[in-house]
Design a protein around this ligand. Structure first.
Ligand SMILES: [Zn+2]
Length: 200
């Protein structure tokens, strides 16, 4: 289905089918489930969908997703503000938080430098990162971009950007299989990769 159908049932199937992991058959099944479900449940789902677009925005400091000006991590005085862990996406931050050993702050780039996909450095939150580091008080920047060719390239680019700031720049240890994605690494792997980080 390439264009959006005009009828309500067709429209819902069409949009569900665009979600990752939802094929045409599953989309149809979900559509019929929702048709049969009670109104309250379906409207609550519709509200939740609307809310993530209307209420969630990037944290003013680290670009994590938040409903406030500052995210809960940046606003937490118990977090160590001298360490910034740089990740590609909010979901990477979530994975590292789930590993449970990191106590510093984060910086979410919003992607990685990917010339083939037309993603240049200007599309990432690099200016804000440099400003954060230059403001002072930061001792270490951990480059936790994915261990892929593009993630490595992005890490190298950032280390050059920050080279004259004097902060310690480290990269996650290679406990993570090369080419793997942080999002799918298990907690122990991520904890080990953080623990064993090395000067970059
Ligand atoms: Zn934040």
């Amino acid at each position: 289905m390439l264009t959006e159908p005009a009828d309500a049932i067709g429209r819902l199937s069409y949009h569900l089918n665009k979600l990752p992991g939802i094929g045409a058959k599953s989309a149809e099944r979900l559509t019929h489930y929702l048709l049969a479900a009670d109104s309250q449940q379906v409207l609550a789902l519709a509200d939740a969908l609307r809310a993530i677009k209307e209420k969630v925005r990037p944290c003013r400091s680290c670009f994590n997703q938040t409903e406030a000006d500052l995210c809960s991590l940046c606003a937490d005085p118990r977090r160590d503000a001298a360490t910034i862990c740089v990740v590609e996406q909010p979901r990477d931050l979530t994975s590292l938080e789930r590993a449970g050993t990191y106590r510093g702050l984060y910086h979410v780039l919003g992607g990685r430098i990917a010339p083939l996909d037309n993603v240049g450095p200007e599309k990432l939150t690099l200016d804000a990162l440099v400003r954060r580091v230059r403001k002072g008080g930061v001792q270490e920047v951990i480059l936790a971009t994915n261990p892929t060719m593009e993630g490595d390239g992005t890490a190298l680019y950032i280390s050059n950007l920050l080279a004259d700031t004097g902060v310690r720049i480290t990269r996650l240890a290679r406990g993570l299989p090369s080419g793997s994605v942080l999002e799918f690494a298990n907690n122990q792997m991520l904890a080990d990769a953080l623990e064993g980080r090395r000067a970059f």
